[in-house]
Write a protein that binds this ligand. Structure first.
Ligand code: GLP
Length: 244
């Protein structure tokens, strides 16, 4: 695992977007998994600009959505669907056949998980995974205590995710469960970028990098990934020992 510290959110977002561009050039049929949320929003926006500026052909890329809130419809602006459509798929005109998102409104969520696992398997695995980190150290909805051996699964959200999650959802909906790729997907993906910015992420970044590897703090799994890069800004790095 490597650590890269950037001056600000713009710097790390630009580097992450450039990584995607580079991959799309080297492997036009690559499979990319992206997280939603405030952290990767700028990465998506810069990616849209770069693809347009370079007139890059991305018609063979496959896009996988990392996770989704169970019971939040895709037209709710708090959903991951809404984020991806707005920030990436619509601006780039990416057709449905290139997109794989969990249908978290399905009454057969286990089938959704198996479908997603099959897509990833059939593509030969994920080439690049870009994830954020939750305030309890979750990645996607891999909540504290989750097994590192899981592929896609449905999980009860813990209290931190439930309260932090309210920031995304303006209308009243009940959040209880999430559906998510598993940490086994992360371990098996060819490259992973974990992005974090701002002072509020400093504590969780310190735990990710400096505490022991443990499933009670899922993001610590990054320590195990040979091609994992933690990309953070100065503020998120502010509590690291090497920075004091
Ligand atoms: C959410 C999502 C994650 C996301 C994380 C951080 O709950 N399940 O996929 O990466 O929390 O979000 P943000 O970037 O908004 O801080």
């Amino acid at each position: 695992m490597q650590l890269e510290i950037f001056e600000d959110h713009q710097g790390l977002s630009d580097a992450a977007a450039s990584d995607i561009i580079e991959l799309a050039k080297i492997k036009p049929s690559a499979t990319l998994c992206l997280a939603s949320g405030e952290t990767p929003r700028l990465t998506c926006q810069l990616l849209v600009q770069k693809v347009k500026n370079e007139n890059l052909d991305i018609s063979r890329l496959t896009f996988i959505g990392l996770d989704e809130w169970v019971n939040i419809p895709p037209d709710n602006e708090g959903s991951c669907h809404y984020f991806f459509r707005n920030e990436l798929f619509s601006p780039l005109g990416i057709p449905e056949k290139q997109i794989h998102l969990f249908d978290a409104m399905s009454d057969k969520l286990q089938d959704e998980c198996r479908k997603m696992d099959a897509v990833i398997r059939n593509k030969g695995g994920i080439d690049l995974m870009i994830v954020g980190i939750g305030m309890n150290g979750h990645i996607g909805f891999n909540e504290p205590g989750v097994s590192f051996d899981n592929y896609s699964h449905v999980i009860d959200l813990d209290d931190t995710s439930l309260s932090v999650g309210q920031k995304y959802v303006k209308t009243k909906v009940s959040l209880q469960k999430g559906i998510t790729l598993g940490l086994r997907h992360l371990l098996e993906s060819k490259k992973v970028l974990l992005l974090a910015n701002g002072k509020k992420k400093a504590e969780v970044i310190k735990k990710t990098l400096e505490d022991n590897l443990t499933n009670s703090f899922p993001a610590s799994i990054m320590q195990k990934h040979a091609h994992g890069i933690v990309m953070i800004d100065e503020e998120a790095a502010s509590l690291l020992n090497q920075h004091k």
